[in-house]
Design a protein around this ligand. Structure first.
Ligand code: PLP
Length: 345
């Protein structure tokens, strides 16, 4: 299996001028959020706290998400909550292209994975049939790496199959707040859903390590057992920062998602003539390349631009993922266009 973190280390060594590889937002964390973390530390909030999360944060999440506090658990990043669910499953369905970590986690827990491929030609829409023999299906919309949001009707179709087969859905909605068109949370359509969200994308709080899951109380109890037996709890000052972030949510949703939409439109304009799906959300473009994607990535590195090859996201040899997370995006995109044109001659 291609290990994206190894390539990431190599890119770090080469130090390209324009970084369009990782999913690390370039927009700084809001000052108020940082101040809140500092003030919390100064108040002496430095000890262990409840595994499910401090009351005030759980309450705030519940308010924002329209659920009850008991249906929420806080964790150190969305990833560990995803890991908790994968650890509990037997066989996992993953729609490709996918975020590489799902497979790395499944491998760690020695779980069987069934990949469901989708294509650019079919606008990255998954076709799921009655033969799907998994007990956990991971959905991720808005999607990393394609930027796709499934239309509600398509989602309904998918959920009907899951319901019929008794499959639990793990909906990774970490990019939900960066949606350029209507987005339906899966739990609105299907009860047997665990939703995972976090603070890494809209709020750029990747290093804070803060995420949460929404599920029924019994499921929350199971996730709690996993968190309790591994990471114990999320530091209280990080959770305080999370409360502040949620207080700024509406303002940041307007400001930050508008900025990513602007960048997505800029990318679509510069890359016109090449093949890709114009993103509905998140901050990536999954671009078809005229040569092998990994080779293309190395050619870009020579020109001082980094991106990830499509093979990091499944069987997509002729693709690269461009992350729209640099203030030098325009120049980077122009170089990508030049290299693509040069290689297709
Ligand atoms: N889920 C997806 C689809 C992601 O792309 C990422 C980060 O790149 C995460 C989860 C990670 O979230 P966190 O930083 O909260 O662990």
């Amino acid at each position: 299996m291609f290990n994206v973190y190894e390539l990431f280390n190599k890119i770090n060594e080469v130090k390209p001028e324009i970084r369009l590889d990782a999913g690390q937002p370039d927009i700084p964390v809001a000052n108020e959020i940082i101040e809140e973390a500092i003030n919390s530390l100064k108040r002496g909030e430095t000890g262990y706290v409840s595994t499910t999360g401090i009351n005030e944060l759980r309450e705030k999440i519940a308010e924002v998400e329209g659920v009850s506090k008991e249906e929420v658990i806080v964790g150190p990043g969305a990833k560990i909550l995803i890991a908790a669910e994968i650890a509990m499953a037997n066989k996992i369905g993953v729609i490709a292209p996918y975020w590489n970590a799902y497979l790395l986690i499944a491998k760690n827990f020695e779980k069987e994975v069934k990949i469901i491929e989708t294509t650019l030609e079919n606008s990255w829409k998954p076709e799921i049939n009655d033969n799907l023999d998994v007990d956990l299906l991971i959905l991720n919309y808005p999607n990393n790496p394609t930027g796709k949001i499934l239309p509600r009707e398509k989602l309904k179709e998918l959920v009907e199959v899951a319901e019929e087969k008794g499959i639990k859905i793990l909906s990774d909605e970490i990019y939900a707040e960066i949606s350029f068109k209507s987005f339906t949370p899966v739990r609105e359509l299907y009860e047997n859903t665990v939703t995972v969200k976090g603070f890494s994308k809209l709020y750029s709080m990747t290093g804070f390590r803060l995420g949460y899951a929404i599920a029924d109380k019994e499921e929350i109890r199971k996730i709690k057992t996993f968190i309790e037996s591994t990471v114990t709890c999320v530091p209280p000052f990080v959770q305080r920062a999370g409360i502040k972030a949620l207080e700024l949510r509406d303002e940041l949703m307007k400001k930050v998602s508008r900025e990513y939409k602007r960048r997505a439109e800029l990318a679509s304009k510069i890359l016109r003539g090449l093949e890709f799906y114009e993103p509905d959300g998140a901050f990536y473009i999954f671009l078809k390349t005229p040569i092998d994607g990994l080779e293309f990535v190395y050619k870009l590195l020579e020109r001082g631009v980094s991106a990830f090859p499509g093979i990091a996201f499944g069987n997509y040899q002729n693709f690269i993922r461009i992350s729209l997370t640099s203030d030098r995006l325009e120049k980077g995109l122009k170089i990508i266009k030049e290299v693509a044109e040069c290689e297709s001659q």
